[in-house]
Design a binder for this molecule. Structure first.
Ligand code: AMP
Length: 418
């Protein structure tokens, strides 16, 4: 678990606003589910998944309830949907922390943030396309270029069941050649072995049955419509029959956004898929759903590697230096803040030199200095910290207006559309 300070926290906030820009433009509304839920909400995701069986932070609270910190948010959104029954289709986005007891490493923490969307109440393949395109457009809006969209369809539940059985049979026939890790996975969830990136598993996986042989005609038609839709709007994709994703409730479309800038073991920025049946499992009416989750930390690591999305420059516009005791700084900074400026000041009656140093560090363009002379003549001295403009003396009463004019002048001219 990590602390985010200063520029990192500002970048996290900017990440959210970039996401809100994309999802807001597509009519998604925000949902903020609680971080803690009844354990039952998550056990519906599937006991056979690591996320639920091995990685959950769960405990019995003081009232004797078995609860868990959410390991993901799709189940919470579905639980909230069952409780509140919003009108259909329900298109929601979220952003916030999840908890998984994993082995921490680069791009893998025990508390991590995800942004995501869910669309509940339609099985239209163009809803799949919309969701995938939103993920794609968001990642490209950050400036990421080295991202691959990988697609698969798991077919309908019966197709998936038969496929899983056939894969299990094939793997058990070669169990001696599998990695130890995959032998263990095979016991719990044969399909997950297909996700293995270990070299010794590769030849056995290559010989496994292929999902497309198991698609029902309806599932095949749905998937064809998804691929055509993505082509139509210019979102490039690649098929990967081995993409099964971690959670048991997926059916039909599954997808993942992979970054070429990251190590292959850790290269999934996010992903998702269609899950029909989860709402029903949580006590609601049969409701189809599709969504994705994108990992914030990992996506920001990819941004670092690609040198994009540096995050906003921090700092204030104005720093008030007061060597007369500090109450002039109190009055002036308050006045300017109320006029809409960002202003910082020094505390503790420090020397002129120390306060000017702080002004420099603050990122301000302008230092407003009040010493004994200025206080006596009811003026302020304006010193321009980034540039060559010589310092000026302003009447105290005109300071707000002069600050506004000076900052407007120092900003680059607004881009105008031609
Ligand atoms: P999942 O919910 O497992 O499909 O994960 C979706 C995305 O969330 C992944 O592609 C990662 O970017 C991110 N993610 C999942 N688990 C972690 C973790 N423990 N630490 C950091 N990011 C994670």
């Amino acid at each position: 678990m990590r602390d985010l300070l200063g520029d990192d926290a500002a970048r996290r906030r900017a990440f959210d606003s970039a996401f809100v820009t994309v999802v807001g433009a597509a009519g998604y509304e925000q949902i903020v589910p609680p971080i803690l839920e009844d354990i039952g909400v998550f056990s519906r995701i599937g006991e056979a998944t690591d996320v639920v069986s091995k990685e959950m932070y769960d405990f019995v609270d003081r009232g004797g309830r078995h609860v868990a910190l959410r390991p993901e948010q799709t189940a919470s959104v579905c639980r909230a949907f069952v409780e509140h029954r919003p009108s259909l289709p329900y298109k929601a986005w979220y952003s916030g922390p999840n908890f998984r007891y994993e082995k921490p490493q680069r791009g893998r923490q025990r508390q991590f943030d995800q942004v995501g969307v869910e669309v509940l109440g339609t099985d239209d393949p163009y809803a799949d396309v919309e969701v995938i395109a939103i993920g794609w457009d968001f990642l490209t809006s950050l400036g990421l270029a080295d991202v691959d969209l990988v697609l698969n369809s798991l077919g309908d539940p019966e197709d998936r069941r038969r496929f899983s059985e056939a894969v299990g049979e094939h793997l058990r026939a070669h169990v001696g050649e599998l990695s130890e890790q995959s032998r263990e996975t095979l016991e719990r969830n044969p399909l997950r072995v297909l996700d293995s990136k270990r070299a010794e598993d590769a030849p056995i996986i290559a010989g496994a049955p292929r999902i497309e042989e198991f698609w029902s005609p309806e599932a095949a038609e749905h998937f064809a419509a998804v691929r055509d839709g993505l082509d139509r709007i210019g979102v490039p994709w690649r098929l990967d029959g081995g993409l099964v994703r971690g959670l048991d409730y997926y059916r039909r479309t599954t997808f993942e956004f992979r970054s070429g800038a990251l190590d292959s073991a850790q290269n999934a920025l996010g992903g998702g898929g269609r899950y029909d049946g989860l709402v029903e499992d949580l006590g609601g009416p049969a409701t189809p759903g599709i969504g994705f989750a994108i990992g914030v930390e990992r996506t920001l690591i990819a941004c670092d590697v690609e040198s994009v999305f540096p995050g906003p420059a921090g700092g204030v516009e104005v720093f008030v230096v007061d060597t007369t005791g500090g109450s002039e700084a109190l009055a002036l900074s308050t006045e300017l803040r109320r006029a809409g400026r960002s202003v910082d000041r020094g505390f503790g009656g420090r020397s002129m030199k120390a306060q000017m140093k702080a002004a420099d560090r603050s990122g301000a363009e302008l230092a407003l200095i009040i010493g004994e002379d200025e206080a006596a003549s009811d003026t302020v001295t304006a010193r321009f910290l980034r540039g060559v403009r010589p310092q000026e003396q302003w009447p105290r009463a005109e300071t707000a207006a002069r600050v506004a004019a000076a900052l407007a002048e120092s900003k680059p001219p607004e881009m105008t559309e031609s």
